[in-house]
Design a protein around this ligand. Structure first.
Ligand code: PLP
Length: 489
């Protein structure tokens, strides 16, 4: 035997055992999903479990069956909660089960999707073409799958800056090489990932101009025009305007068509953050609300939110083909192309973004889109909107509840209230109501603060939710609120 044949193999010692473990896992996980409604949405992680997740680096083998058993007892019972039908916190998706199989396949074939001719690259290309079609994006546009919208914002804003740089050598000379101070605009409701992107690009977080909103939390376009004018007068260079297709707080949609017009007049790059809201484009009823979105220069949307894909997968699209390559392509001897063979393939996703090693996240999208068809997703999205309308109606119809905001999409904010309640008392009681709901694992809205009011916030990206889940939520909020108020008297 040569020395390398004696090395410790990391493949399973017995493939039959490996298969048996896999079958057990698949059986258990299917049972788990089938019974998810009967479990708590969430529960605190006990100290004993935390201890088991804080041990020194394992030096020697443990049978995979035992590791799986450990997963079943330490990880599985203490989830974030977002696969449960009564989870509506933050902006998390619920996950389509069949996509998890595709994720397993992706790890098994273990392709990295930077460049090179292989079918996995073509799968991502295919998925991008489908997503362009779904968003009514021009066929000549280009795109990239990313981990999340946060990464997409960085990619899009970098492309915006590169496009504005023109002949200036931003890539070589750095952000301030030509002495211009760029500015970026978006409403006060814009997700913090935009500010992060502006900071990272060296534009400076201060130069992200947060424009006030109207009573519907939509950007005030007059204030926007004024801000742009002032910046030009001050010698700054307005670069990019960010429109929201669904703000994280209240699900507000900015007047995108109007923003598009401002961007064109002012020669700004128009970027739309459609992290969850962009998917309403699949519904003929909601396309007018999003008019202007498909004309943007760039768009981000999270497939792990309102397309119900398991984390993580998001998409950034740009209008101008080549805009991403202009920003990110690089050359090195070790990645140069050849006349034939894998390196002859012209498409390189590593030339469209920051990452070179990239997981095969396209496969779960490809698989789950084929398995269900886009119309099934559209139906679920329409269902979520309808459920939110139902919730808003229940809240409106209760003298114990106050509807604080509702969007045309899938976000509803409300609170418990009672006659003669003071603002501080209201905030305290609503905090307690929420924390009881959450810690008992009954339901998982999250919260936000709107004009000083602490509110329960429901963002429904959940294909498992049914209307009666909101009957339950409303009934429990009223019961808990009544109990808390009675106890404090
Ligand atoms: C979730 C969200 C983001 C950030 O997306 P990630 O996928 O978490 O990086 C940005 N904007 C909005 C409106 C969001 O809801």
């Amino acid at each position: 035997m040569s020395p390398h044949e004696e090395s410790v193999p990391l493949d399973p010692p017995d493939w039959e055992e490996f298969k048996a473990l896999g079958r057990r896992m698949v059986d258990d996980m299917a049972d788990h999903l089938a019974g998810i409604r009967d479990r708590p949405v969430w529960q605190p992680v006990p100290a004993e479990i935390r201890t088991r997740l804080d041990i020194p680096l394992p030096r020697t083998p443990t049978p995979a069956e035992d590791v799986y058993e450990e997963f079943r007892t330490t990880v599985l019972p203490y989830p974030r909660g977002n696969i449960h039908p009564r989870f509506w916190g933050w902006a998390n998706g619920s996950g389509v089960p069949v996509a998890a199989y595709a994720d397993l396949l992706a790890s098994l074939v273990n392709c990295t999707l930077g460049s090179g001719e292989n079918a996995a690259m073509m799968v991502e290309h295919q998925v991008l073409e489908w997503l362009k079609e779904a968003m009514d994006w021009p066929i000549t546009g280009s795109g990239l799958l990313t981990s999340g919208a946060s990464m997409g914002q960085i990619v899009a804003l970098a492309a915006a800056r590169q496009a504005a740089a023109g002949a200036e050598d931003i890539r070589g000379g750095g952000a301030v090489a030509d002495g211009r101070q760029f500015t970026v605009y978006g409403s006060t409701q814009t997700h913090h990932s935009i500010e992060k992107a502006v900071e990272l690009l060296g534009i400076g977080g201060r130069y992200f101009r947060q424009i006030p909103v109207d009573t519907g939390f939509r950007i005030d376009t007059e204030a926007l025009r004024t801000a742009i004018r002032r910046d030009r007068e001050a010698g700054h260079v307005p670069l990019c305007l960010v429109g929201n297709a669904g703000t994280v707080n209240t699900g507000a949609v900015d007047p995108l068509e109007e923003l598009l017009a401002v961007a064109r007049e002012e020669d700004l790059w128009f970027h739309v953050d459609g992290a969850f809201g962009a998917f309403a484009q699949l519904l003929p009823t909601h396309r007018p609300l999003l008019a202007g979105m498909a004309e943007a220069d760039s768009l981000v949307f999270d497939l792990h939110k309102w397309l119900y894909m398991p984390f993580d997968v998001s998409c950034v699209l740009v209008r101008a083909s080549g805009a991403l390559e202009n920003t990110f392509s690089s050359s090195a001897d070790y990645i140069s192309s050849t006349a034939q063979g894998p390196a002859a393939y012209s498409l390189a996703f590593s030339d469209r973004g920051i990452e070179q090693s990239r997981r095969f996240r396209a496969l779960k999208v490809w698989f789950a889109l084929k398995a269900h068809g886009i119309e099934s997703y559209a139906a679920s999205i329409a269902g979520n909107i309808d459920q939110c309308a139902h919730l808003a109606k229940l809240v409106d119809g209760s003298d114990r509840l106050e509807l604080v905001s509702r969007s045309d999409l899938n976000v509803v904010c409300f609170r418990y209230t009672w006659p003669g309640a003071g603002p501080d008392e209201l905030n305290r009681v609503n905090r307690d109501v929420l924390s009881r709901l959450q810690t008992a694992g009954e339901a998982m809205p999250s919260h936000t603060v709107i004009d000083g009011r602490f509110v329960l916030r429901v963002a429904n990206n959940n294909h498992r939710t049914v209307h009666s889940d909101f009957d339950f939520l409303v009934a429990r909020v009223v019961e808990l609120g009544d109990e808390l108020v009675a106890a404090s008297r």
